[in-house]
Structure formats: C-alpha cells, structure tokens
Ligand binder design. Structure first.
Ligand SMILES: [Zn+2]
Length: 406
C-alpha cells in the first residue's frame, strides 16, 4: 500500500511539473517584417521543430510544450510578405505556426537579444503579388510597404535578411562560356596569415571547388593559378583578357590586426571603383601591396584607374558583385549560424584594373577571426562558398539574358 501511495504521489508531481512546463503563447504579432511570438515565460527555442512543405510552399514551426492563451491568439495576422499566417493549437500541448509564402527563402528565426520569452521569425524579403482584382490603390500600398521594409532590412544587423533571397528558379546554363577564377596571392606572397594558416592556401582550395561547381553548370573555367605559384597582379587580369573570358572572379580572405581579430568577420564582395570609405581603402591597400612593390614608377595608377572607371563595366561588375554576395550568404546561412554580411563595396583593387569584363573580388571571410578561420578551412563551409559564387555567376548571366530578351 505504501508503495502504491508513493507511486501515486510521484505521478501527481509529474503531472503538476509537466503542466507547469507548458508555456503560454500570449501574443503573436507582425512587426518590422517579422512574425513575433511572445510567451509568458522563458521559452527554449531549440525545442521548436522547423520544416517546410511544398505545393504550396509553407514554412512550418511546431512549438511543443506551448498553448495559445485563448482562441483569439494569433488570429487575423496579415502581411504583404505572406499569402497567409496561421497560428493554431495543433495538438494539446503543441502550437503550430504556418507561413504560406508561395516560394522558398532562407528563414532563420532567432531569439532577440535581452529577451528569453520571445521568438522572432523573419518573413520573406519579397512581397507576394496581389491578385488581379486588387485595385490600383492597394498595389501602391504594397510597393510603399516594400520600400519601408527594405529600409528596415538595412538597419537590422545580425539577423538581416536582405540577402536571403529566394532560390532563383531559372539558372543560366554555361554553354561553354569562359569564367576566369583567380585565387589570390601564391608563391612567396602568402597573403594574410592567421593562426598559422595562410590565405594563399585557403583561396586555392576554394577556387578549385568553384572551378568544379562552374564546370558542373556547363561553364569553361580558366584558373590563373592551379598550384602554389606567384603571379604579378596585372598578369592575372591580362590572362583574363587574352582568354576572352566572360567574367573575372578573384578570391581572397580578409584579415585585421590582433586588437580587432574577435570582431571583424563576414563575407564581402568588391568591384573596382575609387572610394572614400576608409575600411575599403585599408583592405585594398593590403591586397595591393604585392603588386605595388614591383610596379614601375612610370605606371600611373591614376591613369589606369580612371580609364577603367570610364567604362561601362563598373555597372556590370556591381551587378555581378550583388548576385555573388547574395548567393554566398544564402548558401552559408542555410547551414551556419551568425555568418556576417559585409555587403557589396567598391575599392581600387589593382587586380581588377584593366579587366575589360565584369570583374569582382570576393573576400570570403576573415582569416584573423578564430571561429571564422576554423570554418573557412572546413570542406563543407568551402563548398557552400563555392556553390554561392557559381550560383551568383549563373544568376547574373541569367538576368543579363533576360534584359536582352526584353
Ligand atoms: Zn588577398
């Protein structure tokens, strides 16, 4: 009897404890391009099961040990970024959130800083087209909203979704077009060094993966170096010109002095242009160092830069840079947390001077940052970067083709 009583007490306490562990979803709201869920107490976000369903495309979040506060919680939620937002008590202790977005996007929910009770789900960066019967007035509102949400996107830093674009449906097939891939540095020029690792080795590893990814998509690839050799910078773009390449991509890794090594991280893509931005100037100065050492004094830097600036390739290079940056970010963020977006910038890189085709320089990450360095030397991480670069090139060419067809 004593034993039965003990079991009964244990069972009761289990039920009480279990009931106490259920969090109440007090409020669900759409704010600043996000769906924000607010619980009555600390909620461990790792319990949430996030998955997608197709036809139509939906992002689904199953939130266990949670209950809606009442039957009005999460009702009547609307956003121009979703066809519908549904919050329901899916099972007795599981709340389900369904975002019908119509198409995919890289969705990375997060717990906001300084709050243990909230969970934010970024909505897609794109807006869902209103159906045909919607009046002109409504369309205008949608466009305005789009503009506003774009502004928000720029201000948000760690969880920005500006580059989490949907996966492009139509890709450009290479059909033998030539892309020159230029792994930076080489030979006696090691590039940046961090934690005993060298930039020249890293960028060669990544470049070889980019080569494979592009070939898989039907492109021809010319590598300015395939081994650990030194090439003068002008030689690199000259090769691109001689080979009648369609696109030129130089691959590098970034670095900062010791005092900032835990701070600076992320992916940046550059195209050639004069700049007043001090940070871009610093990066360019570091990458230019090797060629400037051997450059003849009669070679006027200004003349060359100006001649390139006058060409139409800057606009094209800028577009290429945007596509490549977006695809690298989307691929990395689909698999890794906290990948920083350094954005598309311009700087007077020597390697890009004289290239008479869309030319960009990708700084794939900071070799000086301990965590990022570790990731950069991981094959899986390198593969995502390589895939991103190849997809960016494809996307850029697909858009040019569409422009011509229009
Ligand atoms: Zn470099």
């Amino acid at each position: 009897m004593k034993r039965i009583l003990l079991l009964w007490v244990l069972l009761c306490s289990f039920v009480v404890l279990h009931a106490a562990s259920v969090a109440i979803l007090e409020k669900a709201e759409v704010k600043k391009g996000e769906l924000r869920l607010h619980f009555n107490k600390t909620y461990n976000k790792s319990k949430i099961h996030h998955f997608t369903l197709r036809h139509p495309y939906r992002e689904i979040f199953d939130i266990p040990h949670a209950r809606l506060k009442n039957r009005y919680t999460g009702k009547h939620l609307h956003s121009v970024h979703c066809r519908s937002i549904r919050v329901s008590q899916y099972k007795p202790n599981t709340v389900r959130v369904v975002l019908e977005t119509g198409r995919g996007y890289a969705c990375s929910p997060y717990r906001p800083l300084l709050s243990y009770k909230s969970y934010h789900i970024p909505l897609p960066p794109f807006t869902i087209k209103p159906s045909k019967h919607v009046s002109h007035k409504k369309t205008k509102t949608v466009i305005m909203h789009q503009r506003i949400s774009h502004k928000h996107t720029k201000q948000k830093s760690p969880h920005t979704y500006a580059y989490m674009m949907d996966i492009p449906k139509v890709y450009h097939q290479g059909r033998g077009e030539l892309v020159v891939i230029d792994p930076g540095h080489g030979g006696h020029d090691t590039g940046a060094i961090g934690g005993g690792k060298r930039e020249k080795d890293l960028v060669l590893q990544i470049a070889k993966r980019v080569e494979k990814q592009l070939k898989k998509r039907g492109f021809r690839v010319y590598m300015t170096r395939h081994t650990d050799i030194f090439l003068k910078l002008p030689q690199r773009t000259h090769i691109a010109d001689m080979k009648k390449a369609r696109i030129f991509v130089s691959i590098h890794a970034n670095s900062v002095p010791k005092s900032k090594r835990n701070v600076a991280q992320g992916v940046e893509t550059f195209y050639l242009q004069k700049t007043r931005d001090a940070k871009s100037q610093r990066i360019a100065a570091r990458e230019n160092a090797a060629v400037l050492k051997g450059a003849s004094s009669s070679l006027s830097k200004k003349v060359i830069i100006d001649s390139v600036l006058a060409g139409p390739k800057i606009v094209e290079s800028n577009k290429l840079a945007i596509d490549v940056q977006r695809r690298i970010l989307a691929n990395l963020r689909a698999h890794y947390r906290g990948v920083r977006d350094g954005g598309v910038r311009h700087a007077p890189f020597w390697v890009l001077v004289g290239a008479s085709r869309p030319s960009i320089l990708v700084e794939v990450g900071y070799i000086s940052h301990p965590r990022e360095r570790k990731r950069l030397f991981t094959p899986a991480y390198q593969e995502q970067i390589a895939k991103g670069i190849a997809e960016g090139v494809q996307r850029y060419l697909a858009n040019r083709k569409r422009e011509i067809e229009l």
